[in-house]
Design a protein around this ligand. Structure first.
Ligand code: PAF
Length: 300
């Protein structure tokens, strides 16, 4: 049986839990169908994905699934916020037709899959270096959810730039036949990129956390000077901030994620990961070395 979260709210999305329910409900959706994949704990950034999905398709299907395959430590997985009722309310406000929120046994009925997707070398750097196996888990579940939901369009946020790149590469390399769209990062008024992890920040961490975007903006403002100037400007901001433990600051080729060399010009990705208290945050900005700042969503 399919469920409606608010039986008296005809605008609420249809909620399905199992593969069989999904197949029936998906077949009834007018196409084209856009799919937004999430792990729940939804916020305005997810709403922006849904709104862009709505502009591109006749129906919007959102998946809510906390994928154990992409978490290294059980502690990370168990600490992840679970807010399905609030998620459904937000998705209803944004006109989503169908929500697929399966349990682990529905997605992995035989236990962890023996055949998985390998992210390859692009999955070993930046976030992949800090979280070994993470992107294999992400790509495996994305491939499975593509198979289950059969999207025409798939939308991902640009805040997780490496994830977006890897999904785009997987779709091309494995001929999955779906259009992948990146949606600009949504930021709070103080510039902090929206993330489900922000709920873990203590009030006193907030100012420290905004140092990430301040550093990225300083780097982007130095883009005309070249790679050395970008790195120096961003590092200067990060190093001046107490209470911030920087994991990496990378100025990378957007297609290969290799560090750009001295004197490089053209598009680049300036990405940062850092811990504020117990919370690990990531952010990035697209820029053009020797040219203007790209469309990165960092405008204040
Ligand atoms: O970005 C996320 O929320 C997750 O990595 C995704 C794409 C839903 C896969 O579990």
């Amino acid at each position: 049986m399919t469920e409606r979260p608010e039986p008296d709210d005809p605008a609420g999305p249809v909620l399905v839990r199992t593969r069989a329910e999904l197949v029936r409900a998906r077949a009834a959706l007018p196409g084209p169908v856009a799919v937004v994949m999430t792990m729940g704990a939804l916020h305005v950034g997810h709403a922006a994905l849904v709104d862009e999905a709505r502009r591109r398709a006749a129906s919007v299907l959102v998946t809510v699934f906390l994928n154990p395959l992409q978490f290294g430590e059980d502690a990370d997985l168990s600490a992840y916020p679970r807010t399905l009722d609030a998620d459904l309310a937000l998705l209803g406000e944004h006109g989503v037709e169908l929500v697929f929120a399966p349990g682990v046994d529905d997605v992995y009925p035989g236990g962890p899959p023996s055949v998985t997707v390998s992210a390859g070398p692009l999955g070993d750097v930046l976030e992949g270096a800090a979280r070994p196996g993470h992107f294999d888990g992400v790509l495996t579940v994305v491939a499975k959810l593509v198979g289950l939901t059969r999207p025409d369009v798939l939308l991902f946020g640009r805040k997780d730039a490496q994830q977006l790149l890897l999904v785009t590469r997987m779709v091309a390399d494995l001929d999955l036949g779906v259009e992948v769209v990146g949606v600009p990062t949504v930021r709070d008024a103080d510039g902090l990129a929206l993330s489900s992890r922000n709920t873990h920040l203590r009030a006193e961490d907030r100012g420290v956390a905004t140092t990430l975007v301040t550093a990225l903006r300083a780097g982007a403002a130095a883009a005309t000077g070249g790679p050395g100037e970008v790195r120096a400007a961003a590092l200067g901001v990060l190093e001046a901030q107490e209470g911030l433990s920087v994991d990496y600051l990378a100025l990378a080729d957007p297609a290969t994620l290799a560090e750009v060399g001295h004197g490089a010009t053209g598009p680049a990705l300036l990405a940062v990961a850092a811990r504020v208290g117990a919370t690990r945050l990531i952010d990035n900005v697209e820029l053009v070395l020797g040219g203007a700042t790209g469309g990165d969503g960092t405008a204040s």
